[in-house]
Design a protein around this ligand. Structure first.
Ligand code: ATP
Ligand code: MG
Length: 546
C-alpha cells in the first residue's frame, strides 16, 4: 500500500484510526507489525481473545504480520504446558503468527543492553533488600529516597552485574536498577528494578541464567528488536509508558515502537485473570483449565462455543479506552447466532418420563426428520418410533394451567415427526411422582400425512426407548453468584449450583453422527464432550436469560 493513500478513519476505532494515519504519513513502508505477548503462566481467557483479535486482526487488515511472543521472564510461574496450550488456542481461534518467539530468545541481547545502560551510568547495581527498596519508593504524594548505592562507580556495578550473572550471589542479594528519578511523580520511574537474581531453572533456558530481566525492561526491547510498529497493550500499562520510552531512548536500538493502550475486557459473572483462574483450578473448584464453566478459550471450546462466535463477540465489544464488564448476554447472543444457522437439530430428553402407547403393535419403525428445517443441505436423519418412548418430565402436567400447550391427563399432543397421542392413564409411585404415562396413538395422524383432523395441544420432543442412547448431560450455570466478583473475595462468591449433571437420552442419529454440536429441539444447544464419550455439554440455551 502506498504512502499517499489518504487515511480512511471513518467508523474505525482509535487504534485503526492511528494505523490509518501512520500509513497516510508514510510511516509504515514495510507494513504493520504487531505481537501478542502472553506470559505462559496459565491458559488464555476470553479477555486474551480480545487482544488476539485486535493484534492479528489489524495485521491481517493492513497486510502486516504478527509475532506470537511468549513473555517468559518469570520461570517460577511458567511452564511448557502453558506454552503449548496458548499456541493451540491462538490457532483454534483461527489466527496464524508469522513468527513464534520467546522473550528468553533475547536473554543474551537483553543482558548486553543492560551492560550498556550501566556503562552509560543509566543503571546501577543496588544492594538494598526488596523490603528496603519498597520502603524507600515513596508514595503518590511523597518522593522516594535515593539508594545509597545509586552513585556506586560504574566499574563496580559492571563487575557486580557480571558476578550476578555468574551465580556468585544468592536470590535477592542485589538487583539492577535504572537510574532515573526518585522524585518523579510517576512511581514507575523511581529507579525501577531491571534485573533480579533467581536461582531457578527456566523451562527453556534451563540453568543458563540465574538473573532474569523484568517485564518493563524486556518488553520494550523485544518490541524494538522485532520491529513492532504498534505495541498494543491494556490500560494498566499506561503508567508504564514513560518507562517503556525511557528504556528505548537510553538503549542503542534502531527502532522505537509506540505503546498504545486499550481497555481490558471484563465479563459479568466471572473473573478474568490467569492468577485468579489458577486458584479455581488449584483449589479444585473446577475440573481444570478447560472446565466448561471457565472463561478460558479451552473451557469455551469444551462447552461447544465456536471460534467464529468468539471473534464476533470481540468485534462487537470493540476497542476503546473505557474499562468495562460486558454482559454475558452479548456472548450468548453471539454463540447462538453462529450455532443457529449451522447446527443440526435432533431430540434429546434431559429429564426422562416413560410414555407407553397401549395400542401400538410390534417394535420400532423408522420415521424421518430433517436435520435442520430451514437448511436442507444438512439432510435428514432416521428416527425410530415405537410403543415405548421417553418424553420430558416438564412436558406433562397432572394439573395443567390454562392454555397448557403440552400433555396432561385426557389431553393430546403431537410427538414431533411422529404421531398424535392422548394420555389415558397416569402411573405414580408411592410418593406421588409420575413415573409412566399410558397413552393411545392415532394411526392416521402420522406427521406429514395426517388425516385425523385432531387438534393436539402442541408439539413435544421425545426419543424411542429401545434405541435411545443414554447420555450424561451437563448443564452449566454461572460460576459466580454476583456479576462482579472481586479479586479479594471471589472464592466466597462461587455459585454452588454451577453444574447440574443429568441422566438423559439422545436419539441414536445424534450419538452416531460425526457432528459435535447440535440443537436439542426446544431445549438448547449442546456439544459432545471431546474428552468423554457419551457426555453432552450444554453450550447455551435457545433464548436469552437464565
Ligand atoms: P492475566 O492477569 O490474565 O494473566 P495479563 O495481562 O497478565 O493477564 P498476559 O499473558 O500478560 O496476561 O497478556 C497477554 C496480552 O493479553 C497482553 O497484551 C494483555 O494486555 C492482553 N490481555 C490480558 N488480559 C486481557 C483482557 N482482559 N482484555 C484484553 N486484553 C487482555
Ligand atoms: Mg501478566
Amino acid at each position: 500500500m502506498s504512502a499517499d493513500t489518504p487515511a480512511d478513519t471513518e467508523g474505525k476505532d482509535f487504534i485503526r484510526t492511528r494505523i490509518e494515519e501512520d500509513r497516510a504519513a508514510g510511516k509504515l513502508s514495510s507494513g504493520v507489525v504487531t505481537r501478542f505477548p502472553p506470559e505462559p503462566n496459565g491458559y488464555l481467557h476470553i479477555g486474551h481473545a480480545k487482544s488476539i483479535c485486535l493484534n492479528f486482526g489489524v495485521a491481517e487488515e493492513y497486510g502486516g504480520t504478527t509475532f506470537l511472543r511468549f513473555d517468559d521472564t518469570n520461570p517460577i510461574k511458567e511452564s511448557e504446558e502453558y506454552v503449548r496450550a496458548i499456541a493451540s488456542d491462538v490457532e483454534w481461534l483461527g489466527f496464524k503468527w508469522a513468527t513464534l518467539t520467546h522473550a528468553s530468545d533475547y536473554f543474551e541481547e537483553l543482558y548486553k543492553f543492560a551492560v550498556d545502560l550501566i556503562s552509560n551510568d543509566k543503571a546501577y547495581v543496588c544492594s538494598l533488600t526488596a523490603e528496603e527498596i519498597r520502603a524507600q519508593r515513596g508514595t503518590l504524594t511523597e518522593p522516594g529516597v535515593e539508594s545509597p548505592y545509586r552513585n556506586r562507580p560504574v566499574e563496580e556495578s559492571l563487575d557486580l552485574f557480571q558476578k550476578m550473572r555468574a551465580g556468585e550471589f544468592g536470590d535477592g542479594e542485589h538487583v539492577l536498577r535504572a537510574k532515573i528519578d526518585m522524585s518523579s511523580p510517576n512511581i514507575n520511574m523511581r529507579d525501577p528494578v531491571l534485573y533480579r537474581i533467581r536461582h531457578i531453572s527456566h523451562q527453556r533456558t534451563g540453568d543458563d541464567w540465574c538473573i532474569y530481566p523484568m517485564y518493563d525492561f524486556t518488553h520494550c526491547i523485544c518490541d524494538a528488536l522485532e520491529g513492532i510498529t504498534h505495541s498494543l497493550c491494556t490500560l494498566e500499562f499506561e503508567d508504564h509508558r514513560p518507562l517503556y520510552d525511557w528504556v528505548l531512548d537510553n538503549s542503542n536500538v534502531n527502532f522505537h515502537p509506540p505503546q498504545i493502550e486499550f481497555s481490558r475486557l471484563g465479563l459479568e459473572y466471572t473473573v478474568m485473570s490467569k492468577r485468579l483462574l489458577n486458584r479455581l483450578v488449584d483449589e479444585g473448584l473446577v475440573e481444570g483449565w478447560d472446565d466448561a464453566r471457565m472463561p478460558t478459550i479451552a473451557g469455551l471450546r469444551r462447552r461447544g462455543v465456536t471460534p467464529a462466535a468468539i471473534r464476533d463477540f470481540c468485534a462487537r465489544v470493540g476497542v476503546t479506552k473505557q474499562d468495562n464488564r460486558i454482559e454475558m448476554n452479548l456472548l450468548e447472543f453471539c454463540i447462538r447466532r453462529d450455532l443457529e444457522a449451522k447446527s443440526p437439530r435432533g431430540m434429546g430428553v434431559l429429564h426422562p418420563l416413560l410414555l407407553t402407547i397401549t395400542n401400538w403393535d410390534g417394535g420400532e419403525v423408522d420415521m424421518t426428520g430433517p436435520w435442520h428445517a430451514q437448511n436442507e443441505s444438512l439432510g435428514t436423519r432416521t428416527l425410530p418410533f415405537g410403543g415405548s418412548l421417553y418424553i420430558e418430565q416438564e412436558d406433562f402436567s397432572l394439573d395443567p394451567p390454562k392454555k397448557w400447550r403440552r400433555l396432561a391427563p385426557g389431553e393430546m399432543v403431537r410427538l414431533r415427526y411422529g404421531y398424535i397421542v392422548r394420555c389415558d392413564e397416569v402411573i405414580q409411585d408411592d410418593e406421588g411422582n409420575v413415573i409412566e404415562l399410558k397413552c393411545t396413538y392415532f394411526p392416521d395422524s402420522r406427521s406429514g400425512e395426517d388425516t385425523s383432523g385432531l387438534k393436539p395441544n402442541g408439539v413435544i420432543h421425545w426419543v424411542s426407548a429401545p434405541s435411545a442412547v443414554p447420555a450424561e448431560i451437563r448443564v452449566y450455570n454461572r460460576l459466580f453468584r454476583v456479576p462482579d466478583p472481586s479479586a479479594e473475595s471471589f472464592l466466597d462468591d462461587i455459585n454452588p449450583d454451577s453444574l447440574e449433571v443429568l441422566e438423559g437420552y439422545v436419539e441414536p442419529a445424534i450419538a452416531d453422527s460425526p457432528e459435535m454440536r447440535f440443537q436439542f429441539e426446544r431445549t438448547g444447544y449442546f456439544c459432545k464432550d471431546p474428552e468423554a464419550p457419551g457426555v453432552y455439554n450444554k453450550t447455551v440455551s435457545l433464548r436469552e436469560g437464565f
